[in-house]
Design a protein around this ligand. Structure first.
Ligand code: F6P
Length: 363
């Protein structure tokens, strides 16, 4: 793995480009802060570098079918606080199509593009890495996902927004749980990483948090709830990450559904956990699946700032000829790292945060 390069504007051995014409796309699931990233890179591109930015609609579909929109400061006005993405997004990649890579290449050359900026999660960044490493296509990546599971960056934008939404929901569920003496099981997103669950669990004062990195024993979960109830605390919040898994043999799980790209479709473990808790303890238990509400709406101030810093750094990286790199947050610094760092991996939650902090508050 190559070491990170600080984004001070002095990286390059490659000659700097004076002005560029660059394409931008957002891939994978949407995420609060996408518009803020696009707005920032467009602003710096147009006002500082004198560049032209072309937006591709609906991710790689727009590149393959040449559906574009001109992006400029005027077009991006008012988008900083808006959730979603003005470009639209899709799952899928050029590798799903015969000659997909050649189509990307010909779109770029016919449109006179110097490079592509790909804003995406694990899937889109892996595609960007392959396009650059194996096909020589000039790309710069920007890590995006509410799941916060991208290797090479300390944080992705959208994560703190999802955590805030989940925490707000947990706060509300506490009062209804208390009124009815119920156990509320709150399922949050995150794919195979427990970042959202751990942070929202700590912030929301959960009774117990179940994450994919630490298979759960349903008997132990029930014992904790019974112990808590025996102390006269009847309302409990169980936060379960959508990718959480029971220890083998403890709960019967259905075979996972897989989407057309071969990704496991997650969601629903909260129903199963709630049913098991109710059956084993006799406590009235309700599942709440937060789902896509965690991806919607306005980004937190933190995510707006991170998105803005990523957008500015990405267009600078293009000017530095930092192809095959993605912008990243290391500590307080924005750096660039090789896209290979992120490709094909999922960054697990920091287990010391889980064991040394979150668990201290479990019943
Ligand atoms: O990666 C973001 C994410 O929201 C995951 O947390 C979740 O598993 C998945 O996307 C849901 O995908 P879709 O919007 O395709 O249902």
């Amino acid at each position: 793995m190559k070491s990170p390069k600080p984004c001070a504007r002095s990286i390059s051995a490659v000659p700097r480009l004076i002005t560029v014409r660059v394409g931008v796309l957002s891939g994978g699931g949407d995420c609060p802060g996408l518009n803020a990233v696009i707005r920032a890179l467009v602003r710096k591109a147009e006002r500082v570098h004198g560049d032209e930015v072309v937006g591709f609609l609906d991710a790689w579909d727009g590149v393959l079918t040449r559906r574009t929109v001109a992006l400029n400061v005027e077009a991006m006005r008012g988008t900083l606080p808006r959730g979603g993405t003005v470009l639209g997004t899709r799952r899928g990649s050029p590798f799903d199509h015969d000659n997909g890579v050649e189509q990307v290449r010909s779109t770029m050359s016919d449109m006179g593009l110097d490079g592509l900026i790909v804003i995406g999660g694990n899937g889109s960044l892996s595609v960007a890495h392959l396009l650059h490493a194996e096909h020589g296509i000039p790309v710069v990546g920007i890590p995006k996902t509410i799941d916060n599971d991208i290797e090479g960056t300390d944080l992705t934008f959208g994560f703190t927004t999802a955590v805030q939404i989940a925490t707000d929901a947990i706060d509300r569920l506490h009062t209804t749980a208390e009124s009815h003496d119920r156990v509320m099981v709150v399922e949050v997103m995150g794919r195979h990483a427990g970042w959202i669950a751990t942070h929202a669990g700590i912030a929301g004062g959960a009774t117990v948090v179940l994450i994919p990195e630490h298979p759960f024993d349903i008997d132990q979960v029930c014992q904790r709830l019974v112990r808590r109830h025996s102390r006269g605390r009847f309302a409990s919040i169980v936060v379960v990450a959508e990718g959480a898994v029971p220890v083998e043999g403890s709960i019967e799980m259905a075979d996972p559904e897989v989407d057309r790209f071969g990704h496991q479709r997650l969601g629903g473990i909260g129903n199963l956990v709630a049913a098991e808790i109710g059956r084993r303890t006799g406590f009235e238990t309700r599942p709440v699946l937060l789902g896509h509400v965690q991806r919607g709406g306005t980004p937190t101030a933190f995510d707006r700032v991170l998105s803005t810093r990523f957008g500015v750094a990405a267009i600078d990286a293009v000017h530095d000829g930092a192809w095959g790199q993605m912008v990243a947050l290391h500590g307080d610094d924005i750096v660039t790292v090789d896209l290979a760092t992120a490709a094909g991996r999922s960054r697990p939650v920091d287990m010391s945060l889980f064991h040394d902090v979150a668990e201290i508050f479990f019943a």
